[in-house]
Design a protein around this ligand. Sequence first.
Ligand SMILES: Nc1ncnc2c1ncn2[C@@H]1O[C@H](COP(=O)(O)OP(=O)(O)O)[C@@H](O)[C@H]1O
Ligand SMILES: [Mg+2]
Length: 276
Amino acid sequence: MELLQITSSSDFPLISTKKIVQMNNVHASYDSKNHILKEITLSIDRGTIYVIIGQSGSGKSTLLKLMNGMMIPSKGTVKIDYQTPNINDPKFKSLMHNIGYIPQSLGLIKNITVLENTLIGALPRLGKIHALLKIFPEEEIREAKKILKQVGLEGKEYRKAYMLSGGEKRRVAIARAFMQKPTLLLADEIVSELDSVTAREIMNLIADAQKTMNLTAIMVHHDLQLALEYANRVAVIKEGEKILEIGIEGDKIVDFQTGNLATDEIMEMYSTDTKK
Ligand SMILES: Nc1ncnc2c1ncn2[C@@H]1O[C@H](COP(=O)(O)OP(=O)(O)O)[C@@H](O)[C@H]1O
Ligand SMILES: [Mg+2]
């Protein structure tokens, strides 16, 4: 795909769907000294694929943690479905069940099977007792097997997670997230370090879920080309600030934020450092 010219968003009509994520002037830090994220303002439409890209240490994972309530902002507001995410707030619990989060480390349990890892996605609706006893209702097992088939893991249900390839592990993490029946998926680098064929297969799974389940997917990537291919919008983060928000409209790359950044500048940012 060739990158074409950047145009101002004012030429395009706004799509007025309901917002699922709204962040307003958000700052975040891990200590009182350094702001990791600064003045982040963004809003994400339900049913879209939104990709966040940026160099290592720019704050991408932190941004996802603000959305799932693992972190709270030091300043500004984060709203998911008009509620404030906070994993320690019982009021947010039911909303949390609708958020599928795939951490950068994937969070699979190595010594249990693909099927058992997938069934973990059902625990929020079933409760811990099922996890302790490792007993799941028959219909949940059927559902997990159906999802594993969808993600291309049929026949590998009883394989232990540590025996899988990198691409297969990501598929299990996606299956576990789908098992949760999320309305919002937050996926941190699930296509990084994959060959481009496998990365596209994984992105196709997300794109299918977007179409069939009206899933909103917010994903962290390194690859700008891949991001633009699948995402409705791509946010570029640099040193904790959102410096750009772009997307493809027809055959053009549209700069929704500044309207005036050159394509060369964008490409330069990613050709030099695409590593974590
Ligand atoms: N738990 C933590 N405690 C302190 N600093 C952290 C922690 N997690 C991340 N950071 C720092 O915050 C910055 C942004 O990290 P992160 O959001 O993980 O970036 P990215 O995902 O873009 O690589 C980095 O400088 C990182 O060292
Ligand atoms: Mg990260």
